[in-house]
Design a protein around this ligand. Sequence first.
Ligand SMILES: Nc1ncnc2c1ncn2[C@@H]1O[C@H](COP(=O)(O)OP(=O)(O)OP(=O)(O)O)[C@@H](O)[C@H]1O
Length: 711
Amino acid sequence: MAAVEVRNGYKYYGSKSNPKIVLNQLNMNVMRGSIYGLLGASGCGKTTLLSCIVGQRRLNGGEVVVLGAKPGEPGSGVPGSRVGFMPQEIALVEEMTVKETIFYFGRIYGLTDERIREKFKLLKELLQLPPARQMIKQCSGGQQRRLSFACAMIHDPELLILDEPTVGLDPMLREKIWDFLVETTRNSKLAVIITTHYIEEAKQANCIGLMRNGVLLAEDTPTNIMIKFGTQSIEDAFLILSQRQGNEDELAQIMDHNKNQALPAAVLPPEVIDTHEPNMPEKQPIPFEEPLNENRKKIFFTTKGRVKALMTKNFVQLFRQPSGIIFMLLFPIIQLTCFYLAIGKTPTNLEIGVYSGEVENYGECFDENLVTVYKDSDNESCLFNKLSCRYIRVLGDDVATRKYYASEADALNDAKRATTVGYLHFAQNFSDSILSVMEDGIHSSDGAVDHAELSIHIDMTDQQVAYFMQRKLRDKFSTFMRSVVKDCNVSTAIVDLPVQFQEPIFGSTDIEFQQYCAPGVVMTMVFFLATLMTAAVFISERMDGIWDRTLLAGVSATEMLWAHLLTQLIIMALQSFEVIMYIGLVFDTYNNGDTTTLIGLLTLTAFCGMLFGLFISVFCKSHTEANFVATGAFYPMIILCGLLWPLESMPQFLQDLVMVLPFTIPSISARNVIEKGWSITHEKVYNGFLVMAGWTIIFFVLCLIGIRRKA
Ligand SMILES: Nc1ncnc2c1ncn2[C@@H]1O[C@H](COP(=O)(O)OP(=O)(O)OP(=O)(O)O)[C@@H](O)[C@H]1O
């Protein structure tokens, strides 16, 4: 009975209009209880053919039937536990030990731990596997290949497909593997398809298929092939057959001719000898064949066991990589530390020039005997002396270090050379002018008003520093004037602006920029950390072939997705807890609301970021492409979420648009919890959860569609 039948198999890569034909009207039969050696030069299409047999790829034309069913049909067990597949690449998780790898494959195939232990013992001896606790990355290439072979065998499949299993193995071990395969197929219904570059070792196969340029040139027993061609070796027979097939150009012409047809006709040259007599009607539907009893159980093996095995693998993979732990747990700490130390603090080490026309020697400003405000002889009014000295003393060095100048030109020169952030200028008659403005009020002359001013010339190119200086110098001037009028027994109301900011409704008068942008910064940070980590893990898995191998073991795309989601959810919750605790305890930030609500929102944000990473990894082919997408998304999201500049300043259409982005409303919600102490029942808090949940669902659905398509 046939285990595998391929009829008129046709497969191309590329587009329909410009196909690269890899399999061309290929017919193949693999019997149960036999070894089929698939031989051919590199690039002739062997791996493509195998991938169509295991259901990893689909033929563009023709039919393939494996163990009585079409690969991929529900209940066929292909891909799944009826087939064992050893791909050409190693496709094992480097961070796992030998034993963990065997248990991982055993469990996703649905074996009990007891059975896995038994099989492990057997295979360990047979394949001389490395010690159970040895990590894969510490194994030699040959050891990894043997382990990969053991993983394909662990569940006693009905069909075993081995793509170059003996590459890099020593002749003794190669012989041992062949002996094992011969012995097993002789005593069971196991069918084996094996590709190899060592043509002569295929002599031990029951049947050989010689392939060239996507065409099966011959299919027969090794002995028959040698007899037919009168050669002593299969290699010589293959050479003769290849020459007979005609030169490459001829074949290419035929293939070109067939490009424009939906399903090209066979291009087998007339010399091709198919010595095998398949005895098979051309287009008869092939009846569905029930899987063996024990395998049926495995096909319907519960999702729970698989998800558990996948989750264990994910955790091992993450925590055995030092970069994984650093990324997940240390990076948030490093980034938060940078943020809290660098953003929103008071600028220091600034220098400001001071020029006072009424002071000749600045040392006298600090003379303890200097009196700047005193009463006149009849004690009626005040007299002022060198008031600029008083302001200089009030100013101190805490805003900026004062640098004194003998002329305004010198002060200006230094400011222009940017050695100071600007300078203060007091007129020669500053004190007298203030007195006259105070006494004459609205009748003061323009000249007096001008000279009573403190003129500040400042470098506005560094806006934050300039705003800081403006605010501080104004505050200091207000303090200075209040103290002056107080000394004169005049009400301070005359120097206060008739505008007073009362106790704020929410927050405090001295709220810092840091407090304002912290929620947005923390959210974007956890989101993009999760994005990058997930994209990196998934793309590596796919490139290493682990993804495909897991899917071929019968794990569904949904199971893979769930396993990753659950693993990440645990990690994200841990990370969110760590972040909240760290900024609360180390940086002493306050939270007027509920901490659990914040942890919840942050976990949801990280989860959404993870799904975004998954989405990127599903649709990007390489790490580079994924990094471009993640970085490309990072800046627009940060710039548009209102973190750096108020949303209200954007054009209306943009304001409407950014409201649906993942960080805009959620970061406002977080701020509402922290500053206003609102709970999750408040509309302006739960709407942040709704937006984030919405994006989570969108990414989840897109990932599911993408993964299913790829699976
Ligand atoms: N995904 C792909 N897209 C486009 N072309 C591909 C793809 N995969 C394989 N090919 C091409 O198809 C041809 C057959 O490749 P395949 O891997 O099936 O050959 P092979 O016989 O297994 O080679 P080897 O023995 O070196 O592994 C090659 O020319 C290869 O470049």
